[in-house]
Design a protein around this ligand. Structure first.
Ligand SMILES: [Fe+2]
Length: 464
């Protein structure tokens, strides 16, 4: 709870602050807003300060460096700021469009008014001479009173009021225009009311959605069961179970509690083999020991195998390898082994992460991994952090298990990750091979999951 409090508080503050400050400046301190860039600079600072405070508050209790996490947060909120900018641009365009439409309608109404007024003058000219000065007629009821008669409703005729220099017909036109303008004013105020309600709903909706993902969504672990036909697998191994977890991101927001929750599901799959497809740690190599210690406790008959993810490289791939070695959990880097070879099993091949090309001059190399397995005739199951390697693996393996995408992580009714990734979550087939993309275990960036619950995959193999 100590970590959760400041995280929620600062996230809400950041969102509310960024979304509302510019409006507040404009409404209450227009002198400040006279310089638009100065106002925007202040709102940007506010958007950056809150997550920085969050990072400091979180880390100050642990004595760890704030730089990497603060950088991630700043990037996230800069992106969020850009999104707000795009929305504002959209509403600016919307405002311009409605302004031009309103002007067009106003012009049409003015033309109609001018035409009616012209008709009125023509009628007046035909029926009687131009009125120099016309007395305003008293109301009909007053006239009746003047006759000394009792006033009844029949005495009151609906005659337009005549004012100086204005004919009855033109008075009618004026009354019609006044009614039109009144109706127009009511329509505009209804639109303003609608826009305010929509803005408030969006603000509350986005904030509460992300908040739900922080408090509940990231703890909502699910087991996904997938049955995969493996051509060449012995029928003796029908029902063989591989449990996959991915993107654990152990660190500030994935600690003892989250590991206990997720690993309970992992044990519940009763796996023959456990695989962890990368991003074991989030941003701080100090957490490597925690992950290695806990994963080593998972007892599977054929063991537990890990591969690198991009975060493991940016955090410290050497430290990750050392921690796993101390816990006696094998790490496969373009390496493989035969699983149940005597029973007609399969070869398990762990690829290096793509980012390994930049950190260790490595990177995924299927041929190198195949070369480490003596039994060359076994069907292949490949572990690769990024699913995009499936473009090369398809047709060369029976199954690829991946992660990396987090299933989009925050999907507010739609999945933005679909715009970026070819493979986001779940099952894909290509050239006779199957790809499974795990939604991940932890979080990266905002500690929230919406529409992408954390996943433990139970892969059940059947002979093909
Ligand atoms: Fe990840």
């Amino acid at each position: 709870m100590m970590r959760l409090g400041p995280a929620i508080g600062a996230t809400v503050l950041s969102l509310v602050g960024h979304l509302s400050l510019e409006r507040v400046l404009e409404d209450h301190w227009p002198w400040l807003y006279r310089n638009r860039w100065r106002a925007r600079g202040i709102t940007f600072l506010v958007a950056c300060v809150a997550p920085t405070i969050r990072a400091v508050s979180i880390y100050s209790g642990h004595g760890q460096a704030i730089a990497p996490y603060a950088l991630i947060e700043l990037t996230f909120f800069a992106c969020a700021g850009s999104a707000v900018g795009i929305m504002k641009t959209f509403f600016w365009l919307y405002g311009k469009l409605t302004y031009f439409l309103r002007r067009a309608f106003a012009k049409r109404a003015a033309h109609a008014r001018a035409a009616l007024a012209s008709d009125a003058r023509e009628v007046a000219a035909e029926t009687k001479p131009a009125v120099e000065s016309v007395e305003v007629e008293p109301p009909q009821a007053t006239a009746a009173e003047a006759r000394g008669a009792s006033v009844t409703s029949d005495d009151v005729e609906e005659t337009p009021e005549i004012v100086e220099g204005v004919s009855p017909l033109e008075a009618k036109v004026r009354a019609a225009m006044a009614a039109f303008e009144k109706e127009e004013g009511e329509r505009v105020s209804r639109r303003l009311l609608f826009e305010r309600a929509l803005g408030a709903t969006l603000l509350v909706g986005t904030t509460s959605t992300v908040g739900w993902g922080i408090v509940r969504g990231r703890h909502d672990f699910r087991i996904e069961e997938v049955v995969v036909k493996i051509p060449g697998l012995s029928p003796k191994l029908d029902g063989y179970t591989i449990a996959q977890i991915s993107d654990v991101h152990v660190g500030t927001f994935v600690g003892d509690r989250e590991l206990a929750e997720g690993f309970e599901k992992l044990r519940a799959t009763k796996p023959d083999l456990v695989v962890v497809t990368g991003d074991l740690v989030d941003h701080d190599s100090a957490y490597c020991e925690l992950f290695a210690r806990e994963i080593a406790k998972i007892a599977a008959r054929d063991g537990t195998y890990c591969i690198y993810g991009n975060h493991d490289y940016t955090t410290g791939h050497i430290e990750v390898a050392e921690a796993l070695a101390r816990a006696k959990v094998p790490l496969l880097v373009n390496q493989g082994l035969a699983i149940r070879a005597a029973e007609g099993g399969f070869s398990l091949l762990g690829l290096d992460e793509i980012w390994g090309r930049y950190w260790s001059r490595g990177g995924p190399n299927l041929e190198a991994a195949i070369a480490t397995v003596r039994e060359t005739d076994l069907p292949r199951i490949v572990l690769s952090h990024q699913p995009k390697t499936f473009r090369d693996m398809a047709g060369k393996c029976a199954l690829q298990l991946s992660g990396h995408t987090h299933g989009g992580q925050i999907n507010p009714g739609f999945r933005p990750a679909d715009l970026i990734f070819e493979y986001v979550a779940g099952r894909y087939e290509r050239n006779g091979s199957t790809l499974w993309v795990n939604r991940g275990f932890g979080t990266a960036g905002p500690p929230s999951r919406v529409g992408a619950p954390p996943e433990v995959t139970r892969v059940v193999l059947v002979s093909g």
